[in-house]
Write a protein that binds this ligand. Structure first.
Ligand code: IMP
Ligand code: MG
Length: 180
């Protein structure tokens, strides 16, 4: 079991599994009827996944534009469910086909907010890809069009995802299982 920052990390999805799944997702996305795709990476958690996914998309003949958006809950740990836009995209999305990329779909509020924002700006199609789906935690009616893996109801880290700003650099997705 890897030890990072004096913590034992149980590997849930290895680097090899993530790579394989990214290529499968890119193949699925290539079957969709979209053109001139604009990928929007929802920061910060999705930046590693998005970076790998766009290169897997290249491998299947997709050439997306890439944007970044930062959406955050008001006050970490609160149940208010209110979201605020911390960093907006720069691209005009009217008439565009969009693929929102997130790390984890949990309550669904982040994706609902972001999707509705893009629709209100006149986007043509808004597709959602999430690396992990914690479907048992859903609070609003939203699903991803493409899901990497169903995620156990555990707090996961790595592959862009953090616990208190740490562990984003891990090349795998894992769960902190205790002190080393
Ligand atoms: P929600 O769908 O609005 O509840 O937002 C889910 C967001 O919370 C994800 O995009 C992550 O950024 C973050 N998140 C949820 N669960 C975890 C976790 O297990 N580890 C790290 N971040 C998480
Ligand atoms: Mg996120």
């Amino acid at each position: 079991m890897p030890i990072v920052r004096n913590k034992k990390i149980e590997v849930l999805f290895s680097a090899k599994e993530l790579k394989k799944r990214n290529h499968e997702l890119a193949e699925e996305i290539a079957l969709s009827d979209v053109s001139n795709l604009l990928v929007i990476s929802v920061l910060k958690g999705s930046f590693v996944f998005a970076a790998d996914l766009i290169r897997a998309m290249y491998d299947v003949g997709l050439f997306p534009e890439v944007e970044f958006i930062t959406v955050s809950s008001y006050g970490a740990g609160t149940q208010s469910g209110e979201l605020k836009l911390l960093r907006d995209i720069e691209t005009d999305v009217s008439g565009r086909d969009i693929l929102l990329v997130d790390d984890i779909l949990e309550s669904g509020k982040t994706m609902q907010y972001t999707r509705d924002l893009m629709r209100s700006r006149g986007a043509n199609t808004v597709l959602i890809v999430t690396l992990l789906d914690k479907s048992v935690k859903r609070k609003v009616k939203i699903n991803a069009d493409y899901v990497g893996f169903e995620c156990p109801d555990k707090f996961v880290v790595g592959y862009g995802m953090d616990a208190g700003h740490a562990f984003r650099e891990l090349p795998f997705v894992g769960v902190i299982s205790g002190d080393a």
